[in-house]
Design a protein around this ligand. Structure first.
Ligand code: PEP
Ligand code: MN
Length: 350
């Protein structure tokens, strides 16, 4: 159920409606929009009749038939713009967001080398896993908290915002403490208890699409995060499993306009995991921007041949510069902008 307030409803009226809903054991999500506030109601609503229609300030009460509510444009018609306190960087506004860096933080030297390159080329966000969900238990699993410390140092020294994956409760506590954005990986898209924990976090969440998730399953996973009160959420298409074997996954770019139609949440595209092949990253990045994605998350490694994970899909720093330059040319066609690089002093960490 959704309560749409009048454009002129007062804060007291919104609060009174929320209190009435909460008095029957349901949860409220007051979501202010440009025109009016909508109050999403979650919890098991069964046949509860609350009698909200006649309350002061209420315009209408809508029964939402879709299984997801808070992620839907029914609740909020304007696009969500995720902001990062203390910066002018956003995801979902006019600026395209670029998150770049290696698959994994392997060492301080490797992470700093990658970070300097991507910052100079214009990325505002740095990625790098400290906890790696690997198919083989014998493959490199990440540096753990030590990796997070390196990432935090990169933020301090280079001013990049840090995006890194949490794989369980314990790592989520740590990622929330050290990073600027919490990544939930494809393999955990339906880890409902982890999604609920991310919903309680006070940092934005980047939710990757599961490798066989439908659009509805993807939006329901996002609903888990929002239903716990975290509305700072960004989706990410990273390819799905198909019969095609010329790429690691099949990048489903058609989900970008499909998400934009149904949801106010931003969506990024990951052409690295989406193709698994370095030579396909730039072409699919162009396509992602052209199709209307709100930005990219791309793997960049200073020495991909020696990468401890995902080397074959990691692009070289020079290719990343080329990618940024092409993005700047494509962005105006889709009425988007690419932020200028921030000034970066060399750190000389070797
Ligand atoms: C990653 O971003 O390094 C990653 C493991 O991605 P995904 O969850 O999409 O496989
Ligand atoms: Mn990877």
């Amino acid at each position: 159920m959704l309560v749409v307030m009048d454009a002129h409803a007062t804060e007291d009226q919104v609060r009174a409606v929320c209190e009435k809903i909460e008095s029957v054991g349901l949860r409220t999500h007051a979501i202010p929009g440009a025109q009016r506030t909508a109050i999403g109601i979650t919890g098991n609503q069964g046949m509860v009749e609350i009698g909200l229609e006649d309350m002061p300030g209420v315009q209408e009460v809508i029964r939402v038939s879709k299984p997801y509510k808070l992620v839907s444009r029914d609740v909020k018609s304007e696009n969500t713009v995720v902001a990062f306190p203390g910066t002018d960087t956003t995801i979902g506004g006019t600026d395209l967001a670029v998150i770049a860096g290696p698959c994994a933080v392997e060492s301080r030297q490797q992470a700093f080398a990658a970070a300097e390159h991507v910052a100079k080329a214009g990325a505002r966000f740095f990625r790098g896993g400290a906890y790696k969900p690997r198919t083989s238990p014998y493959a490199f699993q990440g540096l753990g908290e030590e990796g997070l410390r390196i990432l935090a140092e990169i933020r301090e020294r280079l001013g990049l915002l840090i995006v890194t994956e949490a794989v369980d409760y314990e790592s989520l506590d740590l990622v929330e403490r050290y990073a600027d954005m919490i990544q939930i990986g494809a393999r955990n898209m339906q880890n409902f208890s982890l999604l609920k924990r991310a919903g309680k976090a006070r940092k934005p969440v980047l939710l990757k699409r599961g490798m066989s998730a439908t659009l509805e399953e993807f939006l329901m996973a996002a609903e888990y995060v929002m239903s716990e009160g975290n509305y700072q959420l960004v989706l990410c298409e990273r390819g799905v499993r198909t019969f095609a074997d010329h790429t690691r996954n099949t990048l489903d770019l058609s989900i970008v306009p499909a998400v934009h139609r149904l949801s106010h949440l931003p969506i990024l595209v990951d052409p690295s995991h989406g193709t698994g092949k370095r030579d396909k990253v730039i072409p699919l990045s162009r396509a992602a921007i052209a199709v209307g994605a709100d930005g990219l998350i791309v793997e960049v490694h200073p020495d991909p041949d020696r990468a401890l994970s995902d080397g074959p899909q990691s692009i070289y720093p020079e290719q990343f510069e080329e990618l940024m330059s092409e993005m700047r040319q494509i962005a105006p066609i889709v009425k988007r902008t690419v932020p200028q690089p921030v000034a970066v002093a060399a750190t000389n960490i070797r």
